[in-house]
Design a protein around this ligand. Sequence first.
Ligand code: AMP
Ligand code: MG
Length: 533
Amino acid sequence: MSKKTSLSLLTFDNRFVEGLPADNETDNHRRQVLSACYSFVNPTVVAAPKLVAFSSEVAELLNLSDEDCQSENFTQVFAGNQLLADMRPHAQCYGGHQFGNWAGQLGDGRAINLGEVVNQQGNHYVLQLKGSGATPYSRTADGLAVLRSSVREFLCSEAMFHLGVPTTRALSLVTTGEQVVRDMFYDGRAKPEPGAIVCRVAPSFLRFGSYEIHSARGDIDTLRQLVDFTITTEFPHLGTPSVDVYLEWFAEVCERTADMIVHWMRVGFVHGVMNTDNMSILGLTIDYGPYGWLEDYDPNWTPNTTDASGRRYRFGNQAQIAQWNLFQLANAIYPLIEDAAPLRKILNDYAELYDQKWQTMRAKKLGLNDYNAATDHSLNKELHEVLQLVETDMTTFYRNLADIDCEDIQLSDKELLAPLMDAYYAPEALSTEDKTRTCNWLRLYQQRVAEDGTSNVIRRQKMNEINPKYVLRNYMAQLAIDKAELGDFSLVNELLALLRQPYAEQADMAHFAVKRPDWARDRAGCSMLSCSS
Ligand code: AMP
Ligand code: MG
């Protein structure tokens, strides 16, 4: 007999399904869903679910204990085999612009929202299974997910949270005991892989594409209902919906998006598929697919092989793409406003706002008190060049920059540069000229820090709170996947623990704070990823 858990005490109020129009059809077959925001659909039962990992912090948000998460009941529920009373499983309807083109209806093709929990503090959390079977939105695909991509999503979303990046969360990761066939590189070499399901958690999973779909269909009534619902539930501080409130709402979405991108740029995160269906209306990082972490500082890098030719979603392009996506959202809500000028102004302000926020963040990454336009524009610009002289690990560089002695201006070039040597993939590639240029920058940096009057100790402390020591390097996730595919989940859990404290020294884990090992340079999953998941 399974032990009694607090799962049965979860309170669901299901605001989304209570407040918005449902698809009349309840049969689970692929279709276009009109005049509705979602379709009711149950998760598919799986053969032999097994718990791989859970996040204690997310469980706590739901007022669940570790013990609850370790129960058989928990595994069954979050594998989709069992529904709790008051759950109202449904898949959402949305569209999206994919790689710059309108793609029509997409929707939750392999995500099922189980229900919306109100916790004891009154906060709302939607529980969403990813990979639990086909829905009316599955189009030609199977609605399933493989272990490889599920480990990546589970670990990365929690890592991002602990880094201080706005993100959806992950409660649990289970394997299904079933095989899922995937052609990882779309080259005809399909093979079976272990199936898995992640339970994602967020106040809402609404995307830009959730609004675009109704607008594209000229269904302004449903569009208005959805926007009003979003404002009342997620942006209540804006007040009763009206044209002015719609504009304030759009401005806030722009600002939250700008904040999210600034954080991505701070930690070296490349989303990889910034289609408008992957842009959260709450400004959360959502849909962890072929994302990657910048190792060598290369603004043109993208982890996504599907995007290798155009590099639309490369690291250095993310702020502009976010603006392009916001422009699509503006187009979508235009029928509620019928005046392009204020929308255009907000979009222009986004560019300025982003710049400001990013400059401030760059100053903080350098341990400066604030961004000083007079000196720091050129300081940042030259750093951007210096980082690209030779292959330089971004995370190690910033972390070790905190160890540069800024109080001693008499240091030789060699002494000055010493703390940074670990950041270079091939230190011998650094020519005398490169070294001189880097040291020149470091001396400018020393001067700039001196202007602030910040001591080494204080600066180091400030920088180490913002420049992580540990990120989920692409190869680390792959090592955890390799083991997990053999049924050993230890490294998934070890990395989850490590990434809880990305800014702490954790000396015994220092082997994960080094630049990518050579074997991982060209290995699939470590440097290149496709959308296959
Ligand atoms: P993505 O680019 O991964 O965010 O997915 C784009 C769209 O494809 C979304 O509507 C997903 O729900 C859908 N999709 C992705 N993978 C699958 C799958 N295996 N089965 C059904 N739908 C999927
Ligand atoms: Mg998606």
